[in-house]
Design a protein around this ligand. Structure first.
Ligand code: SF4
Ligand code: SF4
Length: 230
């Protein structure tokens, strides 16, 4: 899932302060699960903004809405919802950065008689897993050329501080990373896992380089499924 944190309230408030009709738009998928940008968070943020502007004597209309996913046209295409978007002066999206961009693009493609302004309420952080209650940790950089079959299902690109393909480096100590002593050395974990699996041979051949072309080919990457497009 994609994880995110809410921006500081003062930064959010400053980004919408010049508008009279504000829509706080939540996203009910990744950012709802990490409790940064779902329906509940949209309601809370809308209330906070109403209160803050009210205390300053400013008359502002703040509404909250949510969709299942802001990164997908089909969840935002409801005409009644689009009418509300059109009525707002500004959309404060609390989706991840993908959702903010896609919602902005979709609204401006669909509503043609008025430009729609969309601003972010979250800082998007990483693709990660829920490790414990209230704890998420990065697990994948989307490198486009996965090496997990070689490394016992532990990603050295994301979890090693130096993204080493052949580790550990000389600084690993007592299973901890030299860059951050609170972090497990990814290569220590990889070797432990491969030992248990009886697959240490997998890392014997030295990996000379990583083929970064799938993720660094210039501009945004595309994934095309011709069968679905038909
Ligand atoms: S090797 Fe690449 S695709 Fe596989 S988990 Fe790591 S970053 Fe993600
Ligand atoms: S100590 Fe381990 S995790 Fe840290 S940089 Fe070296 S190999 Fe990578």
């Amino acid at each position: 899932m994609i994880t995110a944190d809410r921006k500081p309230f003062e930064e959010i408030k400053a980004s919408v302060k010049d508008y009279d009709k504000i829509m706080v738009l939540g996203c009910e998928t990744c950012v709802a699960i990490c409790q940064a940008g779902g329906e509940k968070e949209a309601e809370i943020l809308a209330s906070e903004l109403k209160l803050a502007f009210g205390n300053e004597g400013k008359k502002v209309e703040v509404n909250d809405e949510h969709v299942i996913r802001q990164c997908d046209d089909e969840f935002m295409a409801d005409p009644a919802f689009l009418e509300k978007v059109k009525e707002a002066d500004i959309i404060l999206s609390i989706a991840c950065g993908v959702g903010v961009q896609h919602a902005c693009n979709f609204f401006n493609r669909t509503i043609t008689d008025k430009p729609i302004r969309v601003v972010p309420g979250l800082n998007t952080t990483f693709m990660g897993a829920n490790i414990d209650v209230g704890l998420w940790e990065e697990r994948c950089l989307g490198c486009g050329d996965c090496v997990l079959e070689r490394t016992g299902g532990i990603c050295p690109i994301t979890r090693c501080a130096k993204s080493l393909l052949n580790g550990p480096c000389g600084g690993s100590s007592n299973g901890k990373c030299e860059i951050n002593k609170d972090t497990d050395c990814a290569w220590h974990l990889i070797i432990e896992r491969l030992e248990v699996l009886g697959e240490l041979d997998r890392i014997k051949p030295v990996e000379m380089y990583k083929d970064w072309r799938p993720s660094h080919s210039g501009g945004p990457r595309k994934r095309v499924r011709e069968d679905l497009r038909l």
